[in-house]
Design a binder for this molecule. Sequence first.
Ligand SMILES: [Ca+2]
Length: 235
Amino acid sequence: MSRRDLPPNRLAAALLAGWLATAPLAWGSVTITSGAVGILRDEIGAMLPAGRVGLLVADVSGDGLTDPLGTTLVVESSLGGDSDDLILGVYQTLDLGESQFGLDLSATTFDYGGAFDAGVPLWLVWFPASDTPGASVSAGAAYGKFRTDSIDALGTMAWIAPGDGTNHSLFSLDAALGGEPAIPESAFTANFVVVPESGAFGPILSGLLLLLGVARRRLKPGENRSTLGAPASIR
Ligand SMILES: [Ca+2]
């Protein structure tokens, strides 16, 4: 499938967006008039079905993304519930054409304020197991995150907050959807895991301490620790 195979209405919208991008309509907000990302995949590389939740996130401090444990999946919330990573848009996967699933970013509007201004990195974040906007992100869930400084041939912006008062189109597509440059499938795979609640580390830590205790008891004077058969991680 090539970009020529995208549904005519989406292609027309993309072309219109490119024209509108040259004509700022109003100061004080940014509008992504048209955009799409895909094909989005789960942690084993399988294409997501319809309805799975994805986010557009601004990393306001530019220090990377906070772990999303406890994030409420709504606009103006933040990753982890209290971070600089501001949620600008909440979407659900849909058919972008010929049963290729991703997110339609069209009609996303956001305002700058405080430390959030043009130039900060933007991110796509998606949760293969989440199908309910407004719900919270659970411990141990797989998620994906993506951004690039490249501008797709259909787009007018990279994943960087654009100038105030401008309209843009934002596309990042893999080869199956005709991306130029094509995004590798691995970049759209959910390669990250939400960390467990801090309490869940207790049993793991206890196990490690027990293992260290056993190793110490088996150590005789003058004996080399490396001969004790302890796991490589504690040698
Ligand atoms: Ca951040």
